[in-house]
Design a protein around this ligand. Sequence first.
Ligand SMILES: C[S@@+](CC[C@H](N)C(=O)[O-])C[C@H]1O[C@@H](n2cnc3c(N)ncnc32)[C@H](O)[C@@H]1O
Length: 472
Amino acid sequence: MPKLANIYLIFDFFINNADFRITRLRSYWADAEKKGAVESEHRYKLVNFCVYYVQRRLAFDYTARKFILKDARFKKNSVLTLKIISLALGMCYFQGNSEGVLSELKIMLRQYQNGAIASSLVVALNNFVEKSNFVVAEIRQKDEALALSIRYSCPRELVSHLISETGPEIAREILENSIKPPDAVFRLNCVRLHSRELRDDFLKQFGEKYLLDIKRVYRDMPLYSCDRNAFNFIVTELAEFKAGYLTPAGRSAFLAAYLLEAQPDDLILDACAAPGNKTTHIAELSSSAARIIAADISEAKIAKINDNIDRLKLSNIFTICASCEFLDADKLRNKFSSFGDETEIFDRILLDAPCSGLGLLRNRIELKYRFNASDLTNMPRLQYAILNNASRLLKKGGYLLYSTCTINKRENSGLVLEFLSANKNFRLISLKDKIKAFGYDFSVLNDDYELMQILPDGAGNEGFFYALMQKE
Ligand SMILES: C[S@@+](CC[C@H](N)C(=O)[O-])C[C@H]1O[C@@H](n2cnc3c(N)ncnc32)[C@H](O)[C@@H]1O
């Protein structure tokens, strides 16, 4: 696949860059294309390769060290040699053959090694990949967490955490799903495409224009996935996105607006709203009839909510930059003069809390490399403070939906149970009937529809947690 220029660029990316976000990858290769270093038909393939490699980097480093560089002659090899071999292994496995890789590899290696060693390394690599049939070998270690950590390129601490939360079998499944290619999912804006006919027409034309095989994700819900993965098909670059017909969405995150079930006259607080995916979805579902206050701590992110509101041409959403640890009725009255004297203001509150994000490993490929174990203990303090404060703003009889995109009891069920034991005037509401409407067999940690921990599944649903509470 790669020509030497491409190998240099791939190498350059992985040596000189520690930011593995997909957006960064895309812009790196888009720049290379602009400079004429990459042909446009290769760009997406190179992005796909980089994603594939980021998802498995530790496994290839380990394989390079253990099987290719094991010979005493190679022991003195530099870190750069290891990185080149690891990347070359990744390329061979990605392609399912070594075509185009070996000769380029030799030229690269000669910059760091003498000619004889470079040739021996190429032979050793070729023998190894052919013998392995281009299937990444099972990593054998007495320490199971370490083996999984290498195989799935995931910090050992994170693997141990997943095992302790879910048990070894489910943890392995989560990790296996985390190295599948990310996919592209979007929801349609039912305010602009307000009838089934309009939506069907739109999808037909959209599919024909971009050569997509579009599939509905859930029964009767306007959420769709397409047969191309997230990199060949960048939703936010499309004219249809800019014109407000569709919005990229997470499959499990999509549930939030349905579980909150806004009514036309409701006043709603979205307490951690940016960039506004759920705020705008709630507005779309209520046909802009519910009034929504969208709060976020970050001024820059509030701008993103406003952009999304404008793009989707929605009304009745009002933004406020504030920390919901401290937001109170006075602050709301200062900003929105229409509010009266009451302190319990909202009919419904969505608290989609900042969290450790462990449910998103498949799409946010950089998360494994940025994992910070202290989040697992620090996040609950912030989440509890926000939940506790926001709950005071809810009317009696009102509903509060708490959600996170993580798998961590302390941030999820543990936190909600702690809140409930200190706030006896709140009770959990079962999500069973609302979930049934999706006609989808969610992978859940247990059958509890009150504290619902959705696990990442093979179809692409991300890990998510939902708990709906009512104030009495
Ligand atoms: C998980 S994201 C929310 C995603 C959003 N609900 C959506 O669907 O687009 C969490 C958000 O909480 C915000 N946040 C963090 N601490 C906060 C606080 N104390 N008060 C309000 N917002 C906060 C972050 O800026 C971030 O935008």
